[in-house]
Design a protein around this ligand. Structure first.
Ligand code: FES
Length: 56
């Protein structure tokens, strides 16, 4: 499922990045480009981070 349409990033790509050590929206932004355009994906990206046991 696409989380970030602007950058074409899927939830599994985000999950893999979290598994690889990303623990903040900033990390995801820097690594994948998530939430660098319209920002609509930020909430979902944060939810994925929370599910992984991280905050922010
Ligand atoms: Fe991610 Fe627009 S959907 S920046």
């Amino acid at each position: 499922m696409y989380v970030c349409l602007c950058k074409g990033i899927t939830s599994s790509q985000i999950q893999q990045t979290i598994d690889a050590g990303a623990d903040s929206l900033r990390d995801l932004r820097e690594t994948l480009g998530v939430s660098t355009q319209c920002g609509k994906c930020a909430r979902t990206a944060l939810d994925l981070l929370r599910q992984a046991g991280s905050d922010q």
